[in-house]
Design a protein around this ligand. Structure first.
Ligand code: SAM
Ligand code: SF4
Length: 337
């Protein structure tokens, strides 16, 4: 393999991985304050002029799809549903040829109202984050009393055909780690696909602790006590979730074990922050500034060249278990989870 980044073609790194899946953060702001993500008082938000505007976002996604081989676009944040231009951005991306698959990761608040419009604009699927079914716990965990809104959002997404509707759950010891079976029963009853995500060191407060995090093994043991889980025969590919058939299928449950069973060798992600920085990884400590280049008048070919160079430098793995691991300066909400 050459040592210089490629001058054309797809987003390949020096380990031969190709990034086809683009995660775009539309805002760093949020209407919840999940304890594993943000402090109670929020964060110093990006100032208006620092954010890419809607046209800039669509232009960079167009470069990714037309010139860099991106086939999947996922909008995230912060909370993407609070971005005013969301529907217009989705419909502009849905008009690209070849049309990428378009999905959204959201806390679900307001999704009951927005789901039909987003579906019509071209959104294919949603992932809704839900860590507990207990209203009081929800309020403690997210610091806002919004469980009913999230449940309504899930139902609205399913009714609008944003399927399969997936649920993301993070379990925390002593907070909601007894809820794995109840969350799975709920998902099965409603036809949602549940995925547990191991808690990662991406909180602004730096409160993550490897020795107390709830591991994939623990989650699976808790589920196996109440459900028959069998390995999913479907090839995993670059999907972060390892999945199991529940009760012989077709229902599935997944675990994204980023910490205890890292899948960096198969990663196909590239990330764009709300202020126009390319990140090769959630845990990258380097970013590459596309906004500056774009606003200085760079053409599409130059933006693509910079993006390729940024991805070429992607590290082999996140190194969370390495003693020299450094948590990225930006928290999850500012990177785009
Ligand atoms: N606000 C949206 C939401 O909550 O779905 C999108 C952004 S949020 C940062 C994306 C996902 O990251 C959510 O599923 C959330 O649970 C997860 N997340 C946030 N902080 C995390 C952490 N420290 N470890 C693991 N997952 C985390
Ligand atoms: Fe907001 Fe999502 Fe972070 Fe919760 S996890 S505070 S909903 S960005």
């Amino acid at each position: 393999m050459t040592v210089a980044p490629p001058t054309d073609g797809v987003l390949v790194d020096r380990y031969g991985r190709v990034a086809r899946d683009l995660r775009v953060s539309l805002t760093d702001k949020c209407n919840l304050r999940c304890t594993y993500c943000m402090p109670a008082e929020g964060l110093p938000w990006l100032a208006g002029p620092e954010l890419l505007d809607d046209d800039e976002i669509v232009r960079l996604i167009r470069v990714a799809v037309h010139q860099l081989g991106v086939t999947e676009v996922r909008f995230t944040g912060g909370e993407p549903l609070i971005r005013p231009g969301l529907v217009g951005i989705v419909s502009a991306v849905a008009a690209l040829q070849p049309r990428p698959r378009i999905s959204l990761t959201t806390n679900g608040i307001g999704l009951d109202r927005l789901a039909p419009t987003l579906r019509t604009a071209g959104l294919d699927r949603v992932n809704v984050s839900l860590d507990t079914l207990d209203a009081e716990r929800f309020t403690r965990l997210t610091r806002r009393p919004r469980l009913a809104d999230v449940l309504a959002g899930l139902a609205g997404a399913a009714a609008a055909g944003l399927t399969p509707v997936k649920i993301n759950s993070v379990l925390m010891r002593g907070v909601n780690d007894d809820e794995a079976p109840a969350l799975l029963r709920f998902a099965l009853a409603h036809g949602y696909e549940l995925r547990f995500i191991e808690q990662m060191p991406l909180d602004a407060q730096h409160g993550w602790d490897r020795t107390t995090m709830v591991t994939a093994d623990e989650i699976l043991a808790a589920l196996r006590a109440g459900f028959d889980l069998r390995p999913d025969p479907v090839e995993r590919g670059a999907a972060p979730a390892e999945t199991w058939l529940v009760g012989g299928g077709p229902a599935r449950v997944g675990v994204i074990a980023s910490v205890t069973r890292p899948f960096c060798g198969d990663c196909d992600r590239t990330r764009l922050t709300a202020d126009g920085q390319v990140r090769a990884c959630l845990f990258a400590t380097e970013e590459s500034d596309l906004r500056g280049a774009l606003r200085a008048g760079a053409d599409d070919a130059e933006l693509a060249r910079r993006w390729r160079t940024a991805m070429w430098g992607k590290r082999a793995g996140h190194g969370i278990d390495d003693p020299t691991f450094l948590q990225p300066v930006r928290p999850m909400s500012a990177i785009g989870g």
